[in-house]
Design a protein around this ligand. Structure first.
Ligand SMILES: [Zn+2]
Length: 251
């Protein structure tokens, strides 16, 4: 399908909402902010939402990029996004969560993992803190193995494999996630210090290595049940997740 010319009236509205973030010889196009009222535990909380697109062509001719969208079949691919709260750019401290997509946990509320709980809880903490951002990383399903492979890993887990053994027996490394794009977008939105919500030392390290000023880390445990005890134990024993002091094991 050939490119379709964007209507000039539409482009006039969009052009100031798009920005190019250069990443080596590639481009990240960020669109937003868009007001997003969210139902958070029964209360309506207004976040500012952005989504981004990775693209080979680096240009500030956004019209050209938009013209390409209709034929790019983007629904077949995943795009990530970020929910921003408060005066994110200027607040002295801001809470950050780099949340990996979890189709089963975030959407269906599966109790096999603690992702759904962590998603909502992070949004709540960010709101309570007054400023922060939740990055929802859409290419991180099953620690980067994809949804179909994750279903296979679950079959293995139902037959005694732990999370790490299941992924490795399918030929994957235990953790394939990469935080570079999210951190590139973060730096575009804020350069002041951030506090990371995580139990995962790799996320903390990725952020520190990027040169971002990390003021600290805050743990996120909870929602332990009979269904996820083994999963959470594996995270601590095999994936190096930091156990919270004085609480049950339960990113
Ligand atoms: Zn999950």
């Amino acid at each position: 399908m050939a490119d379709v010319k964007v209507e000039s009236k539409a482009f006039a509205l969009l052009k100031d909402k798009i920005q190019l973030i250069k990443k080596q010889d590639q481009a990240i196009y960020l669109v937003g902010p868009i007001q997003l009222p969210v139902n958070l535990y029964g209360e309506t909380v207004v976040f500012q939402w952005y989504s981004w697109l990775n693209y080979d062509e680096v240009t500030e001719d956004y019209e050209k990029i938009i013209d390409h969208l209709a034929s790019a079949n983007l629904a077949e691919y995943q795009q990530s996004s970020v929910l921003v709260y408060g005066d994110f750019k200027e607040a002295d401290d801001a809470l950050i969560r780099l949340h990996s997509i979890c189709h089963t946990g975030d959407i269906f509320g599966s109790k096999r993992c603690d992702c759904g709980f962590q998603l909502k809880e992070s949004m709540k903490r960010i709101k309570e803190h007054g400023a922060g951002a939740l990055f929802y990383l859409a290419n991180h399903e099953g620690r980067g193995i994809g949804l179909f492979s994750k279903a296979m890993a679950y079959v293995l887990q139902e037959n005694g494999f732990d999370t790490v053994e299941a992924n490795e027996s399918l030929g994957f490394d235990n953790d394939l996630r990469n935080y570079d794009d999210a951190i590139t977008v973060l730096k575009n939105l804020r350069t002041k210090p951030v506090t990371l919500i995580t139990n995962n030392p790799e996320k903390l390290e990725a952020l520190r290595n990027s040169g971002m000023h990390v003021a600290g880390r805050t743990a996120l445990w909870g929602d332990v049940s009979e269904y996820n005890q083994k999963y959470l134990k594996t995270k601590i024993e095999k994936s190096g997740h930091m156990k919270a002091e004085g609480t049950c094991p339960n990113d």
